[in-house]
Design a protein around this ligand. Structure first.
Ligand code: THU
Length: 129
């Protein structure tokens, strides 16, 4: 399943809209009950409006009522070689932490990691109390 999810992330990267960076990213998110939502990065001439592939996949899923996720695969490349790890940015890790626990799986080119590997602690709803 991990490899299949990674392959789906590579496929999703084909739709990346990345005229500024040329860096194609795809993400494939799987829910606890096995539904898959994909995303790609969408850039903008106003650079900071860019949204990463991971957040698009997560927001798509949440907009369909999903809130329980077990894993996300992420693939990124400038030249169609997806063998180097594309590590999710801090903003995407923070969004993952809203919905996912520390054992949430992050599947990269060279293997499986967990959210806690990249984001050991996060700002969460308890901080708002
Ligand atoms: N990007 C992602 O979509 N996900 C990541 O994990 C890292 C970066 C995008 C944002 C931008 O469109 C391009 O990659 C270069 O930063």
């Amino acid at each position: 399943m991990d490899n299949r999810l990674f392959d789906m992330a590579v496929e999703a990267a084909a739709n990346a809209y990345c005229p500024y960076s040329g860096f194609h990213v795809g993400a494939a998110l799987i829910t606890d009950d096995g539904k898959i939502y994909t995303g790609c990065n969408v850039e903008n001439a106003s650079y900071s409006m860019t949204v990463c592939a991971e957040r698009i996949a997560i927001f798509k899923a949440v907009s369909y009522g999903e809130k329980s996720f077990s894993a996300i695969a992420v693939a990124g490349s400038k030249n169609n070689d997806f063998s180097a790890n594309c590590i999710p940015c801090g903003a995407c890790l923070q969004v993952m932490s809203e919905f996912c626990g520390s054992d949430f799986k992050i599947i990269l080119a060279d293997g499986v990691y967990h959210l806690s590997d990249f984001l050991p602690v996060s700002f969460d709803k308890e901080n708002l109390e």
